[in-house]
Ligand binder design. Structure first.
Ligand code: 8DG
Length: 140
C-alpha cells in the first residue's frame, strides 16, 4: 500500500537567528526508543493540517500554546507507513513553559553548540541537521 501517515514534529525555537535554542524531548516509551531524543510532535489526523496537528500535539504533550512558522524543507522516512515532516514553531506570548506531560520524561533547550550532545533517534538526525541549515530564515 502506498498510504502514508505523516508525523509532524516541531523545531520549537527560543530566541532569534543562529543563536536560537531548540527544544529536544526524551522519549519515555516504547522500550525500543525510550531514552532517545526527538523533536516533539505526533501523527496528523485525517483532515487536519500539519500546522493544526502540531499545535494540538504540542498542547497535549508539553502543555504549551505554540504557533507554527516556516516548514523545514524535506520529508524523512520512519517505520512504514510513517514519514516525518518538521515545522518551525515558537511559544506564543503568555504560554506556559514546556513540561513533559506525556511520551517524554525530560526536555532540554539546546544551544547550537549543544545540539549533538543528546542521543537523537537515528531517523531524526537528518531532520535536525536540516533544522540547523535553515535556522535564521524568517518565518512565512
Ligand atoms: N513525535 C515524534 N515522533 C517521531 C519522531 N521520530 C520518529 O521516528 N517518531 C516516531 C515515533 C512514533 O512511532 C511516531 C509518532 O508517534 P507519537 O506517539 O509521537 O504520535 P501520537 O502522539 O500521535 O501517537 P498516538 O498516541 O496517536 O499513537 O513517529 C519525532 O521526531 N517526533
Amino acid at each position: 500500500m502506498s498510504e502514508r501517515i505523516v508525523v509532524v514534529a516541531a523545531a520549537l525555537l527560543d530566541g532569534e537567528g543562529d543563536g536560537a535554542r531548540l527544544l529536544a524531548a526524551r522519549r519515555s516509551a516504547p522500550p525500543e526508543v525510550a531514552g532517545r531524543w526527538e523533536l516533539p510532535g505526533g501523527k496528523v489526523e485525517p483532515g487536519e493540517t500539519l500546522q493544526a496537528a502540531l499545535v494540538r500535539e504540542l498542547r497535549e504533550e508539553l502543555g504549551v500554546d505554540a504557533e507554527t512558522g516556516a516548514p523545514v524543507p524535506g520529508e524523512w522516512p520512519l517505520r512504514p507507513p510513517y514519514v516525518l515532516r518538521v515545522l518551525t514553531a515558537r511559544l506564543r506570548p503568555g504560554s506556559a513553559a514546556p513540561r513533559p506531560l506525556e511520551d517524554h520524561d525530560e526536555l532540554r533547550w539546546l544551544t547550537p553548540a549543544e545540539i549533538w550532545d543528546v542521543d537523537w533517534l537515528d531517523q531524526d538526525v537528518p531532520a535536525v541537521r536540516e533544522v540547523l541549515a535553515v535556522r535564521g530564515v524568517p518565518g512565512p
